[in-house]
Design a protein around this ligand. Structure first.
Ligand code: ADP
Ligand code: MG
Ligand code: MG
Length: 924
């Protein structure tokens, strides 16, 4: 038998199930699952994603066997629903819906009311007893069908404002004006009948072909159009942003229509089984009486809250579904509970009530903010719905970023100029310049200016602008509108349904409260409360530790992970911030940053410009107290924890180059050193290098000027001695940078160890310390066994390692990387995510060889990659002991490390667990 391509669902049975998302798409798989669970779902069938691929291979045609299989299933649907497709007396109408493996909200097409023709219309009128309703359905069909099937799918790209949908909408506006009414619902049956005739004529005149008056033709056209919408422009843009493969294809769902617009006993709505913005365990949704589903999603009418518990201040008088249709609401709550129990996760559902009967049209795992993801995951463990390990996997490490992200300064908010209030669709603070088109939002973003995208409502065509914008503000739409959904998915600040705004996009302005705001004006949004402010409100960093769900989840993460998490920090303030975020040590303290202070730079320059060793020693000696004070501060902030200090790394020219353009500083320095300005100029020019990144830097400096290494080592160890005497535990780890040959390491190691001995003897105190190296030159990885004979630890400097491994200058990559990504020569920027195939091998070799001569070699990473979740997974698998990242990425790293440990459990020593246990014991 040929492979099955069409899967039936309805009447309590289904061919498919929720695990078949690859074949049936998310929507189809879950419709099948709901049907099997006995939840009322209008009967229908799903055409699988392979058929989409086949359709493209077939040059845009449906194969005969597929068409036959479709009609065999349609017969089953007719039986369950007791209606017949194309029947003049009792016609079945269907929707033709798209549905990919991964949800792409609003990016592809859906056509409703398929099967309405001049032959079947009278049947619908008779059955519904409502002529107005029937013609309203007909005009919606003509609109959607001509737009989606006859124009978009046919590849017609009309000029702005020339599209068929716009023309039909204009005709409707003209009709309303002629009748002297304002609402769509004010048009009578006779009006709509006449309008449908106008529509058909307009379609013929504009597109050259007539709107098909044949049910089967409509169905087949609809199916093809959904396949074609997979390769629609906005679907492609969305897939690029979300990283969804283009070869997946979409499934098509053909489903019996149910009508939410049959009068006051009918309704439609969208809901989340829990609040998607906060995670609170409250059934949360929106509904519209006497409306079709698309009215809620499109954001054209602002819907009402589902129940009393979720009404916002000011909505007391708005009728909730709970109050308007208590029985149906109760049934819906029952389904909500059933779905959560079954899927064990928050669901995003669509429902329609046709004349009192409740029908479910969709369920899927709901998108949520980071804060909501956290709260739900933790509370579901408390409810025994899921296990801790599952909860840990539920929160994407990147989502934690939101919690650490800025909020508007609450104090400044009190006195700020609040100009309007909307619905809080995406929490956090957003401050930027008002812009009115997606294009402008992108331009602003490109030039580094934050933009607030201000729209009446967003449509899927706006995705690129929404992505570029700092925050999103809309006048219409509810919490489940397109803008809200997309913004939450990206963790963006967003306010929707801000009805007081009168937006004039053409004039690039909006007015509210008698004032007008123009493009470029500053706006501040509080996405947590929905309040909009004029002007620029300061933003404050968030305090995740005030969030109890965060604390709980992170404590589970710390128990689970096998990697230690350190931070890159060189000031006591940064170090303290990182410790507050959970850092267990410093993986990289760069000493050169300490050299730039206004009170020190002069001595640094004196040191660099010195002509003799004696002069240089004198200058270096002046730096010693400063460096020692720096280390005292850091070691104190990191008491009990290891601190890796990297010796001086950058080329000397960096400290003096700017002098050439600064006459005043130059003569100052000349006086200070007792030489002429010309002498200094000559010396600076002598330091100039063609390729400083590969020049006289790193350990090459310390080898040429051992007194620098000596001074730094002395500063580190004297600080260590002083604190040890005061009973503060310190674990300095001295890191030699840019080693490529074992002899380089040996040379510097000898100096460091000698100074350590001297200081311990002088100060009559002993302390633990280590000497190790950065592995950042490819050669170092290859001779790691020799280096590890002396080095007690390695830290992979993956920025330089990537730079030298690829031969890409990190500072010049902007010239070609965009092309590389666009042409898919590289899948991602290798400076953001470790290139596991190439650079990753150097790391693996380094670890294996290093541990071959020193089995207990401590290995970490201190490049930017240490704060990126994929790279953290790689570090875990490669057997590193720790990753080190910037303070604000520490929480992300803790969670990513836990997820890695769950995905790829390691047998050997659980470094992290040990320390956590040690800490706990101490607390008791
Ligand atoms: P999307 O993926 O963009 O949400 P859908 O396929 O869910 O598209 O359909 C768009 C709208 O049409 C939704 O509001 C949905 O509830 C409604 N709809 C789809 N099929 C039917 C149907 N058979 N009966 C009633 N409404 C439907
Ligand atoms: Mg939908
Ligand atoms: Mg480096």
């Amino acid at each position: 038998m040929a492979k099955q391509s069409v899967y039936f669902f309805g009447g309590g049975k289904a061919d498919g199930k929720s695990s078949m998302k690859n074949e049936l798409g998310g929507k189809g798989a879950n419709l099948a699952e709901m049907a099997s669970l006995g939840i009322p779902v209008p009967a229908g069938f799903t055409i699988d994603t392979d058929s989409c691929t086949a359709y493209y291979k077939n040059g845009g045609k449906l194969s005969k066997s597929l068409v036959d299989e479709m009609y065999r299933n349609l017969t089953k649907v007719e039986k369950v629903m007791g209606k017949k497709f194309g029947d003049p007396k009792n016609p079945l109408l269907v929707s033709v819906r798209s549905g990919a493996r991964q949800s792409m909200p609003g990016m592809m097409e859906t056509v409703l009311n398929v099967g309405l023709t001049s032959k079947t219309l009278p049947g619908l009128v008779a059955k519904s007893g409502d002529e107005r309703f029937a013609y309203d359905a007909y005009r919606r069909l003509i609109t959607m069908y001509s737009d989606v099937v006859m124009e978009k799918a046919a590849g017609i790209e009309p000029a702005d404002g020339e599209g068929i949908r716009g023309k039909l909408e204009e005709a409707m506006e003209a009709m309303k004006e002629a009748r002297g009414v304002t609402g769509d619902t004010d048009l009578t049956a006779a009006d709509l009948k006449e309008l449908c005739e106008q529509y058909k004529k307009l379609v013929k005149d504009t597109l050259g072909t007539a709107f098909p008056d044949d049910a089967k033709k409509q169905l087949e056209g609809g199916v093809k159009a959904v396949f074609a919408s997979w390769n629609g422009k906005r679907a492609i843009v969305y897939r690029n942003i979300e990283g969804i493969p283009h070869e997946w294809g979409t499934a098509v769902n053909v489903q019996s229509m149910v009508f939410g617009n049959l009068g006051e006993t009918s309704a439609t709505g969208v809901a989340f089984t829990r609040n998607p913005a906060t995670g609170e365990d409250k059934f949360y949704g929106e509904w519209l009486i006497n409306a079709q589903g698309e009215d809620v999603v499109a954001g054209t009418r602002t819907p009402s809250p589902l129940n009393k518990a979720t009404k916002l201040p000011g909505q007391e008088k708005v009728l909730s579904l709970e109050e308007a249709m208590p029985k149906t609401y109760k049934q819906l709550v029952g389904i909500r509970n059933k779905l959560e129990k079954h899927y064990k996760d928050m669901q995003d559902i669509e429902f329609t009530i046709e004349d009192g009967a409740l029908w479910m049209l969709q369920t899927r795992t709901g998108k949520r903010t980071g804060a909501a993801a956290l709260r739900m995951a933790v509370e579901m463990v408390d409810e025994k719905l899921i296990k801790q390990d599952v909860a840990l996997m539920r929160v994407a490490p990147e989502q934690l970023d939101e919690l650490l992200h800025p909020m508007l300064d609450a104090n400044a908010e009190k006195t700020a100029d609040a100009i309007a209030k909307g619905l809080p669709a995406g929490p956090g603070g957003g401050v930027g310049h008002a812009v009115f088109t997606s294009e402008t939002a992108q331009e602003y973003a490109k030039s580094g200016k934050p933009a607030i995208l201000v729209r009446n409502e967003t449509s899927p065509e706006d995705v690129h602008g929404m992505h570029a914008a700092e925050a999103i503000l809309t006048a219409k739409g509810g919490m489940t509108s397109h803008a809200a959904l997309v913004a939450r998915g990206w963790g963006k600040c967003c306010i929707v349904g801000c009805g007081e705004l009168k937006i004039n996009a053409a004039k690039k302005e909006f007015s509210v409260g008698g004032k007008t705001y123009k493009e470029g004006d500053y706006l501040s949004l509080n996405g947590t409360t929905g309040v909009l402010y004029a002007g620029q409100i300061p933003v404050l960093p968030a305090q995740p530790d005030k969030n109890k769900w965060y604390k709980k989840l992170m404590s589970w993460a710390d128990k689970t992970r096998q990697l230690m998490i350190r931070t890159n920090a060189e000031t006591p303030e940064d170090a303290a911030q990182a410790v507050a975020f959970g850092a267990e040590g410093i993986g990289l303290a760069r000493t050169e940053h300490m050299f730039f202070g206004p009170d020190r730079i002069i001595h640094v320059r004196e040191m660099i410009l010195a002509n003799s060793e004696e002069d240089r020693r004198a200058a270096v000696a002046k730096l010693l107290p400063f460096q020692k004070a720096d280390f005292l501060g850091i070691f104190k902030a990191m008491a009990d924890k290891p601190v890796t200090v990297r010796l001086l790394d950058p080329p000397l020219h960096e400290f003096v180059g700017s002098l050439l353009d600064d006459e005043k500083e130059l003569s100052n320095l000349a006086k200070h050193c007792g030489v002429t300005a010309a002498d200094i100029r000559a010396r600076i020019e002598a330091l100039h290098e063609f390729n400083p990144m590969l020049g006289h830097r790193g350990c090459r400096l310390g080898i040429a000027y051992p007194e620098i290494t000596e001074m730094q080592a002395r500063a580190i160890f004297e600080a260590a001695a002083e604190l040890t005497k005061k009973k503060t535990k310190v674990f300095p780890e001295v890191m030699i940078p840019l080693v490529g040959h074992p002899n380089e390491f040996r040379n510097q190691e000898a100096i460091v160890r000698r100074v350590a001995d001297e200081v311990q003897k002088d100060k009559k105190v002993t302390f633990k310390y280590m000497v190790g190296t950065m592995i950042e030159i490819p050669r170092a990885a290859l001779v790691a066994d020799k280096i590890a004979e002396g080095a007690e630890f390695f830290s992979f400097g993956t920025n330089d390692l990537t730079q030298m491994g690829f031969g890409f200058s990190r500072d010049d990559i902007g010239g070609f990387l965009p092309q590389y990504l666009k042409q898919e020569i590289l899948p991602v920027d290798p400076f953001q995510q470790i290139d596991q195939d190439g650079i990753g091998q150097l790391i693996e070799i380094g670890v294996t060889k290093g541990r071959s001569t020193r089995p207990d070699l401590k290995v970490g990473i201190c490049g930017e990659h240490g704060g990126e979740s994929n790279s953290i997974g790689f570090c875990h698998r490669t057997g590193l002991n720790y990753v080190s990242c910037s303070p604000f990425r520490v929480p992300l790293a803790r969670l990513a490390a836990a997820q890695a440990a769950l995905k790829w459990p390691r047998k050997e020593a659980k470094a992290a667990k040990k320390t956590v246990a040690r800490k706990k014991r101490k607390k008791k």
